[in-house]
Ligand binder design. Sequence first.
Ligand SMILES: [Fe+2]
Ligand SMILES: [Fe+2]
Length: 215
Amino acid sequence: MPSQRHYSPADRLLMQADAALRTLLPFSGQPARPSPAIVKDEAELNDSETRHVAGLMRINHTGEVCAQALYQGQALTARLPQVRQAMERAADEEIDHLAWCEQRIRQLGSHTSVLNPLFYGLSFGIGASAGLISDRISLGFVAATEDQVCKHLDEHLGQLPANDEKSRAILLQMREDEAQHSTAALEAGGLRFPAPVKFGMSLVSKVMTKATYRI
Ligand SMILES: [Fe+2]
Ligand SMILES: [Fe+2]
């Protein structure tokens, strides 16, 4: 087992800045797994279908930007080292999703959301605050967020044109990974959030999806 490294506050600040730039700069996140879309054929989509799928993938990409920020914020304030490491590992896994969504958006001739820096900042703050309250709340927040993401992915899978196998392959793999992240967070001791809190979170995510579908 490698010994655990100790980082100074300056080191941590630089690592945070590096993580933020890797999330927000185009094509800077290197996926560990190739995109599931690679092995699928490109579909013939008309203009309105292309715009719609690009809008959906832009929402999913921003969701992944938020996931990065949330995990990085939580890792910053997590109390237990194993929780911090779990958050950092989860953020690494989410880089795959971020990169796959971005690749697909570019293939569709579109762009990622201009609102990403804003959502990154907000999510980082929420993650860091949750981590400050307690690791249990922080892990519970991961579980509730991932459940929310799964709901979005289900809706998007239902809205994709039947022949868009590339986008479908990406969303299906993400759906599987996110469900696993939710289960892992609960198994690690995460609090099960009550329904009203989840409802509040779904309202916030509606604002995000409405805004990023177009810009
Ligand atoms: Fe993800
Ligand atoms: Fe996830």
